[in-house]
Design a protein around this ligand. Structure first.
Ligand code: ZN
Length: 238
C-alpha cells in the first residue's frame, strides 16, 4: 500500500480518477490511496483534498520553461497530505480498514489493545466515527477473548490522545469499574494519569447511584452495542 499503486477498490466506492499521496511519520513514509476512499470515511481528508483541489495551478512561467518544471511546481503547490505525528504502522492499519471495512483481521494480523487505542485516536483525529466505533468494538472483543483489561500506560495514552468527552475515556474507566480486580487496579493505577482519578470517581458515583450493587457483576461485552459509539448522519446507529 506504500510507494506503489493503491490497492484495488471495492465496487461500492465507484470510480475515481485521482490517487492521493499521504506522507506519514517523521521518516515521511508515503501511502498511495484513492481520494474517494479517503473522503468517504474521513471529513479530515475530505477537507484536505478539497483544499488541495482548489489550489490554483502555478503560473505557466517564462516561455521556454519545460513542461516537467511546471508539473513539479504543481506537485509542490498542491502538495501531499502530511500526517507527520502519526505512526506509519498505525496508518497502515487504518488504510487496511479503509479498503476492507473492518478492524477484525484474521490471525496473525489481529490487533492488540495498544494498536486499537492508537487506531481509535487516529480515527478520532480524522473524524472517522465508523473507525472509532470499530476500534471500540474490537477492544471489547479482544479484552473478553484474552481476559485482560487495558493497562495503566494505555489509559495514559488514551487520556492524552483524546478529549475528555471521548467514549474511549468512558470505556477504559468502565473496564476498571466492571472487570478489574484489586491487584490489576493497584498495578495499573501507578501508570494512570491524574485526570483518570476524577473520571473514576465520577463514574463510580454515577454507576453506584444508577445500578446499585448490580454493576459489580456486569460485563462490558453484555452492554448494548452502541454504549461506547458515536453516531451522526454519516454514521447511523448500529
Ligand atoms: Zn453504534
Amino acid at each position: 500500500m506504500t510507494d506503489s499503486a493503491p490497492p484495488s477498490k471495492r465496487m461500492k466506492f465507484g470510480f475515481f480518477d485521482e490517487n492521493i499521496q499521504v506522507v506519514v511519520g517523521p521518516m515521511r513514509k508515503r501511502f498511495n490511496l484513492h481520494a474517494d476512499v479517503l473522503t468517504t470515511r474521513s471529513p479530515y481528508f475530505k477537507s484536505a483534498i478539497a483544499k488541495r483541489a482548489s489550489t490554483p495551478d502555478p503560473p505557466k512561467g517564462e516561455e521556454g520553461s519545460s513542461q516537467s518544471t511546471v508539473l513539479q511546481s504543481t506537485a509542490k503547490l498542491r502538495g501531499d497530505i502530511e500526517l507527520l505525528d502519526v505512526e506509519p504502522e498505525i496508518f497502515e492499519t487504518y488504510s487496511q480498514y479503509l479498503y476492507q471495512d473492518t478492524l477484525d483481521f484474521d490471525a496473525p494480523d489481529d490487533l492488540t489493545l495498544d494498536e486499537l487505542v492508537s487506531v481509535h485516536i487516529l480515527a478520532a483525529k480524522l473524524g472517522d466515527l465508523r473507525a472509532t466505533n470499530m476500534a471500540i468494538d474490537q477492544m471489547i472483543k479482544t479484552s473478553d477473548k484474552q481476559h485482560v483489561v487495558p493497562g495503566g500506560s494505555l489509559v495514559a495514552i488514551a487520556f492524552a490522545g483524546t478529549s475528555e468527552s471521548s467514549p474511549l475515556h468512558r470505556l477504559l474507566v468502565d473496564f476498571y469499574m466492571y472487570e478489574a480486580d484489586k491487584q490489576v487496579f493497584t498495578e495499573s493505577s501507578q501508570l494512570m494519569p491524574p485526570a483518570s482519578c476524577k473520571a473514576f470517581m465520577q463514574r463510580y458515583i454515577e454507576l453506584k447511584s444508577g445500578e446499585g450493587d448490580a454493576f459489580f457483576s456486569q460485563k462490558i461485552s453484555a452492554l448494548p452495542a452502541c454504549s461506547y459509539h458515536q453516531h451522526d448522519s454519516s454514521c447511523p446507529p448500529c
